[in-house]
Design a binder for this molecule. Structure first.
Ligand SMILES: Nc1ncnc2c1ncn2[C@@H]1O[C@H](COP(=O)(O)OP(=O)(O)OP(=O)(O)O)[C@@H](O)[C@H]1O
Ligand SMILES: CC(C)(CO)[C@@H](O)C(=O)NCCC(=O)O
Ligand SMILES: [K+]
Length: 258
């Protein structure tokens, strides 16, 4: 069985794939100090608690934080007796082309989203991922990654307001009742909620215009559905698109089904 690890700047997702379905998915915060032993204690406790009897033989990692890869490699070697595939390393082939400026290191999560998007929906796509950053990945008709957009993440924007302005509290993002807020929290929520609805709409419209073609918009990330309450921003939403893409890349590199 495959252990797929998607390590973002805020959270790391671990998922067990048996070749046809995910047996379990767990999240933890991303901390580069965490050792292989700590990961294993956490993972094996959850597996035991959920009575998951998985014989993990393969590991694949996508990490936007280079320094956590070392300990995840040790986890893989020491506890699962296998050398992990690491997206972005030369020995991990991708089933799609990457057509960007020479010397650009595209985030591995964006490459994995490209593979997943193309695998599930074919070509001419925009993948919108609401993570630490809000990213837009543009995928050509042949599945190639051809560039995109990086905007600040939703929670990051709210946190930045709170950090920079003494009178602004920490708030969670929700859809406000009205656009015009009559208290501080409602004003902040309105700015972020409607600001992101506008950001997504405008960026997708301009990408389609610039490329002169119709494109399907796929969204991922826990916050994505919140912004699509009128159902007009995206065509599809896939939770954990990145984890799905990792299983596709693993299969492409090994021919394995699990
Ligand atoms: N209504 C909500 N309000 C606040 N946070 C939410 C809400 N719904 C989901 N979330 C959080 O949004 C985050 C989305 O997860 P996702 O994996 O897409 O990004 P991330 O983990 O924050 O970023 P990265 O992948 O860059 O580490 C999760 O931490 C989830 O708990
Ligand atoms: C943009 C993030 C932080 C989104 O997770 C990540 O994909 C990343 O670190 N990218 C590197 C730069 C790029 O993708 O062009
Ligand atoms: K993510």
């Amino acid at each position: 069985m495959l252990l797929a690890i998607d390590c973002g700047n805020t959270n790391t997702v671990f998922s067990i794939w048996d070749g046809t379905r995910f047996l379990a998915t767990w999240r933890t915060s991303t901390e580069h100090q965490r050792t292989a032993d700590q990961y294993y204690v956490w993972l094996s406790t959850l597996m035991e608690f959920q009575k998951i009897e998985a014989d993990i033989t393969d590991v694949i990692i996508s990490s936007t934080v280079p320094r956590v890869v070392f300990n995840l490699r040790v986890l893989s070697d020491r506890y699962f007796g296998t050398r992990p595939l690491v997206v972005g390393r030369p020995d991990c082939a991708l089933p799609v082309e990457v057509r960007v400026d020479a010397g650009t290191a595209v985030g591995p999560d964006r490459l994995v989203n490209t593979v997943a998007g193309h695998h599930l929906f074919g070509g001419d796509l925009i993948v919108v991922d609401f993570g630490t950053a809000t990213t837009f990945d543009v995928i050509d008709s042949d599945g190639a990654y051809v560039g995109g957009v990086i905007a600040p993440g939703v929670n990051l924007s709210l946190e930045a307001l709170h950090q920079a302005a003494a009178a602004l509290p920490h708030v969670d993002v929700t859809r406000p009742q009205k656009v015009v807020g009559t208290n501080t929290v409602a004003c902040m929520q309105s700015g972020v909620f409607w600001g992101y609805v506008g950001l997504v709409r405008e960026i997708c419209a301009r990408i389609k215009e610039e490329r002169g073609r119709a494109m399907k918009v796929i969204s991922t990330g826990g916050l994505a559905p919140l912004f699509n309450q009128a159902g007009e921003l995206y065509d599809e939403w896939v939770d954990d698109l990145t984890i799905h893409g990792l299983t596709v890349i693993h299969k492409y590199n090994t021919g394995a089904t699990a």
